[in-house]
Design a protein around this ligand. Structure first.
Ligand code: 6GU
Length: 224
């Protein structure tokens, strides 16, 4: 997979790709991530990329021309499955969206700032609008980092144990079951006996029950 990220603040987003699972996925060449600074695509003085909004009101709006130039250049080079705009009024990200996007060959992610982008960018260039939840961030960069993490870890070969993504919370609309590791007893708190029994049928049944109980207690909405 190839991910092209268009942003005015690449420095806000680079470090997550230089650590941990995303770094390993890049090193294994299972994904490549390319940053494009919007300011490189404007011909205006002071590298201006935003302007006052028509009709008046506080807050700047990102102009269409630099964004169009950047996206058009990328689209000449390859086909994109999704051209995504990160925005609080987009569709809320969930695991099934992440699963579907992870099957893509190439995607573009545009990070919004200020009051957002000129509506014509969304009408003309964007194919998918994504929010990461009902709260406001200063810009789309951190949201784009979260989107990339959710999709990159799903690419086959990225996680060491291929089945481990399948047992994550949400993969079957259930939260993950409780987990334990050594020691078997700590300050009087014991690991459930079934987990040390070696009976894999019983262990699996216990995990299913634990997942269901957790979901019922914490996220009953997932079971509806
Ligand atoms: Cl994608 N962008 C911004 N600026 N705020 C958000 C968001 C995105 N998702 C939730 N809040």
């Amino acid at each position: 997979m190839r991910i092209d990220i268009i942003t005015v603040l690449p420095e806000l987003l680079k470090s997550p790709f230089e650590a941990s699972i995303m770094k390993r996925a890049i090193e294994k060449q299972l994904v490549s991530v390319h940053f494009h600074n919007l300011r490189d695509y404007t011909e205006l003085s002071y590298n201006q990329i935003d302007d006052y909004q028509y009709g008046g009101g506080a807050g700047m709006v990102m102009m269409i021309e630099p964004i169009d130039k950047c996206i058009s250049k990328l689209k000449l080079e390859r086909h994109y499955d999704h051209i995504i705009y990160m925005t609080p009024d987009g569709e809320t990200l969930n695991q099934s969206m992440a699963n579907s996007i992870s099957l893509s060959g190439n995607i573009i992610i545009l990070c919004g700032h200020y009051k957002g982008v000129d509506q014509r960018v969304r009408d003309l260039l964007i194919t998918k609008e994504i929010s990461i939840g009902d709260y406001v961030l200063s810009g789309g960069e951190l949201a784009a980092g979260i989107l990339c993490d959710t999709i990159i870890r799903l690419i086959p070969g990225v996680l060491n144990n291929e089945t481990s993504a399948l047992t994550d919370s949400f993969q079957d609309n259930l939260l993950a079951p409780a987990v334990y590791t050594r020691p078997a007893e700590y300050k009087g708190l014991k690991v459930p006996e079934v987990l040390t029994s070696g009976d894999f049928g019983k262990i699996e049944a216990w995990r299913e029950k634990s997942a269901l109980e957790r979901t019922q207690e914490r996220r009953p909405d997932l079971l509806e």
